[in-house]
Design a protein. Structure first.
Ligand code: BMA
Length: 866
């Protein structure tokens, strides 16, 4: 069992490190007969989950391979028992107070200690603290936890409802009626019930650590720093310390020290205080000259301070607590437009309006306990390297780990944090349900509030939009007006009041927003002229990719296109003989429209690129389509600054290996989109966007630096063979934090009479003679272009510890994908274009030999897939 770093300091917290955990299917459960092996005791991993424990004990087939999902559904219907024997050291046992802290129990858990029931838990998102004074012994304590199936716990209740409320997602396995959804009634990660990018594995278990806290006279409950005033010259702060005192009033010395980003002492304060029995809240004012503020990625350093508070009693005994935090102000600027009823939506950090660039994140695994910091780091580092500065933590998962937030702080990734509500509706009309949610909000706000990266708490994902605009609300109102009114009142109460208040009370000034998308409960949540927006006209409503150019919201918090992960990743769950769009295993890993998502992919691929000949080409073209489509949308959003102030595509990561909207797959491999994101989110970039219907190309220059940039831009119109028809160059100075429209070309003015099938317009942006951004504009759909097959020559040589790949194009190379088949290799860039005559060198890191690499090299570009 892992040791949790306690706020109260090491003197009073200890893990159950010597605990030996076991688990079994409860023998009395009706499923025990069918699964007798699982009903025996087996070793368990804590924190963990029942699925991963069953897998580790070889009691089930691998949940991510083949098409195993249907045969593993029984796990979510069974009752599971976990048990640990543990000892308690004499010092710990001697302390007057002891509490068992359960950081995460999934979900309906009955806990007993040495045979005595101590807790009945009903919320996976909460931290449960249980007083165990007098219940512990030195040797062989037994902690037992029984998890009831959430489906079975709630099924009868939901079935009995005369009118159902909409939720996500129904079971595709005919085990429960299609209109009965359990997920919305239980405080458990909603995605466990299946989503349109992940399987349905209704897991159970101890998903976060269990810690034993013991103390004598007092304990530091919480330490936080509130920023009252902050600018470049000065910071006025209040250190907030909560101490629980168990004995009679005592006078103590409180010391507060602040350490700066380089470890130097930045401030020091002393105070005498008298602690009375119960909770004592102490406030210590501290001020700093020339504070080092925390900035989002691309805007400055990610400075962090550490606060250390010490409470010393008369007997000299000291308690210490430590917390890292950052100094920044955050505001959502919602200026009214001069005309109409529109309002802006911009994050202003330390007074600077930041164009938010990034993506949405979903959970990193079906089984949260196996998400290591290393895995988070790989994906989040990629986000930062791709010039992202914001991630939205989508509401259908779970509140991220401390490690996730530490990385976000360190990488300058602002976090838009949804509360954990994923879609549909929930029984918020029930006061017990709401109280349970407020308790969960309290736990998570207090756990995460010191992270400077946390810039917004948002009520839920798409619930207001679903209720008002997807027909859920209207349908229920028609069938059962009174019940519908009650449901909506509950919604308003929870998201308009309770959670808003929770954030105001505990959030240290971080703003709150009622839902994504929304206008904070004012009017139409899907309006494009106010609030944030999810746009699914492209993909869900089958509008052409070009439609992205006609949707200009104030802040785009979701838009997306799917793609398959690369074949290396596909190989992990499907063998090559299964590689076909309609193969059951491939369909099982395509969750959109229960496998038919592949048809949606083909629809978009065929419109632009033509029908793929093989599964390998289908995978490749899906990535090209996704990358080019999202590039168009993201650049349009950036070009619409300052009207639009954010662009977060759906989605950054994956929960398992399969088809999805992600730009990085489950194994951490980049799809073409991630390479494109690094280009379209570059701080200084050129957006040359051709509107097919208008036959016009708009050129906008983007500058996210907080300083002016001198540059020049150039457009060359050329044949695919390199013959240049026209060229023009312009000097420009880009204002700080700006998008500047510099030209608009009709096709006729740009292309003249050159044959559109083999003509390209090459837009370059240069600083000091060096190209920083390029965008190619074409005049016919890719499938009608005269692109050559094998347009590039390749050579690999060794270079120091690495290798270098030299590519030379003899004709236009469009969407080149470089792959090394089975061989492990990391390339510095991929998904590239090359003009005729252009040479590019790319560094390769690989454990393989030069010979192996040369043999494994595969090149594929659009000219090769016809
Ligand atoms: C959005 C999200 C998710 C979903 C995605 C793709 O609506 O909020 O619920 O996975 O679309 O369909």
């Amino acid at each position: 069992m892992a040791l949790l770093l306690s706020l109260a300091g090491p003197a009073t917290a200890s893990s159950l490190r010597n605990a030996r955990w076991q688990f079994r299917l409860l023998p009395g459960d009706s499923l025990a007969k069918a699964h007798p092996d699982a009903a025996q005791w087996h070793a368990a991993q804590v924190p963990g989950s029942v699925h991963t424990d069953l897998l580790a004990n070889r009691l089930i087939v691998a949940p991510y391979r083949g098409a195993h999902e249907a045969q593993l559904q029984w796990i979510g219907r069974a009752t599971w028992e976990y048990r640990a024997h543990f000892d308690v050291g004499p010092e710990t046992l001697a302390r007057r107070h002891s509490v068992l802290v359960f950081e995460g129990l999934d979900t309906f858990a009955k806990v007993s200690l040495n045979g005595l029931p101590i807790l009945s838990a009903n919320n996976a998102h909460r931290r449960w603290r249980v007083n165990v004074e007098g219940l512990l012994k030195a040797k062989d304590n037994v902690l037992q936890i029984v998890f009831q199936s959430p489906i079975d716990k709630l099924l009868a209740r939901v079935l009995a409802m005369p009118y159902k409320i909409a939720g996500n997602y129904p079971s595709p396995y005919d085990d429960i009626p299609g209109d009965v959804m359990i997920g919305n009634f239980v405080r458990k990660p909603a995605y466990h019930f299946g989503w349109d990018w992940g399987p349905r594995y209704v897991t159970a278990g101890i998903w976060r650590p269990i810690v034993l806290q013991t103390w004598n006279d007092r304990r530091i409950v919480d330490l936080a720093v509130r920023t009252n005033k902050l600018n470049a010259e000065q910071a006025a702060l209040t250190v907030l310390l909560t101490v629980r005192q168990s004995a009679r009033p005592t006078s103590v010395n409180v010391n507060v020290a602040l350490y700066g980003p380089e470890g130097h002492t930045a401030a020091h304060q002393k105070k005498r205080a008298t602690l009375t029995k119960g909770e004592n809240r102490l406030a210590v004012p501290v001020s700093l000259e020339h504070p080092k503020r925390w900035w989002p990625n691309g805007y400055g350093k990610q400075n962090r301070y550490t606060v250390v508070a010490t409470v010393r009693g008369a007997n000299g005994q000291a308690l210490e607590s430590k917390q890292q935090f950052g100094l920044r102000t955050v505001k959502i600027r919602q200026r009214k437009d001069a005309k109409g009823d529109g309002r802006g939506f911009a994050f202003v950090i330390n007074g600077v309006a930041v164009f938010a660039k990034g993506a949405n994140v979903i959970p990193f695994d079906m089984f949260p306990a196996r998400v290591t910091k290393k895995r988070l780091q790989r994906v989040m580092q990629a986000a930062a390297d791709s010039h992202m500065n914001m991630l939205r933590v989508w509401g259908g998962g779970y509140y991220p780990s401390d490690a996730f937030y530490q990385l976000a702080d360190q990488l300058g990734l602002m976090i838009w944090q949804d509360f954990m509500f994923g879609g549909g509706m929930q029984p918020a009309y029930d006061p017990d349900f709401r109280a349970n949610v407020v308790a969960e909000a309290h736990d998570n706000i207090l756990r995460l509030r010191h992270h400077p990266s946390l810039v917004l708490w948002s009520g839920n994902n798409e619930e207001e939009s679903a209720w008002k605009n997807w027909g859920h609300g209207a349908k229920l109102k028609k069938m059962a007006p009174q019940f519908a009114a009650k449901v909506w009142k509950g919604y308003q109460r929870l998201f308009g009041h309770d959670l808003r208040q929770a954030v105001a009370q505990w959030g240290l000034g971080t703003p709150y927003w009622a839902s994504s998308p929304s206008n904070d409960l004012q009017g139409n949540p899907d309006a494009s002229n106010r609030g944030d927006k999810h746009y699914w006209g492209v993909w869900a409503q089958k509008k052409p990719i070009q439609a992205y150019l006609h949707e200009t919201p104030r802040f785009m918090s979701e838009y997306g296109l799917q793609a398959w992960p690369s074949l290396k990743t596909v190989r992990e769950f499907a063998s090559p003989e299964q590689w076909a769009v309609d193969n059951p295993v491939i369909r099982a890993h395509q969750k959109y429209l229960a496998g038919d998502g592949n048809q949606r992919l083909l629809y978009y691929i065929e419109a632009e690129y033509g029908a793929p000949d093989s599964f390998a080409d289908f995978v490749y073209l899906s990535q090209v389509m996704q990358a080019e489509g999202i590039s168009l949308a993201a650049l349009h959003h950036r070009a619409s600054r300052p009207y639009t102030m954010g662009s977060l595509y759906w989605q950054l990561n994956d929960v398992w290996p399969g088809a999805s909207w992600s730009s990085i797959d489950y194994d951490g491999r980049w799809k073409a989109l991630q390479f494109h994101a690094r280009r379209f989110f570059a701080p200084v970039a050129i957006a040359a966007l051709r509107d097919r219907n208008a036959a016009t190309t708009r050129v906008t220059l983007l500058n996210d630096h907080n300083r002016a940039v001198k540059a020049h831009w150039r457009v060359r119109v050329m044949d695919f063979d390199g013959t240049e028809h026209t060229t023009q160059t312009h000097d420009v100075t880009l204002a700080p934090l700006s998008a500047t429209r510099v030209a608009s070309f009709s096709d006729a003015s740009l292309r003249g009479d050159a044959d559109p099938r083999h003509t390209v317009a090459v837009f370059d942006l240069m600083i000091n003679g060096e190209r920083v951004s390029r965008r190619l504009v074409y005049f016919v759909p890719a499938k009608n272009q005269a692109l050559k097959a094998n347009p590039v020559a390749a050579e690999i040589r060794t270079q120091g510890d690495a290798f270098v790949l030299t590519l030379t194009a003899h004709s236009l190379v469009r969407d080149l994908w470089i792959d090394f088949d089975h061989v492990q290799a990391r390339l510095e860039d991929n998904a590239i274009n090359l003009l005729a005559g252009q040479t590019r060198q790319l560094i390769i890191h690989s454990p393989a030999s030069l010979r192996q690499l040369r043999k494994a090299l595969r090149l594929k570009s659009l000219g090769d897939v016809r």
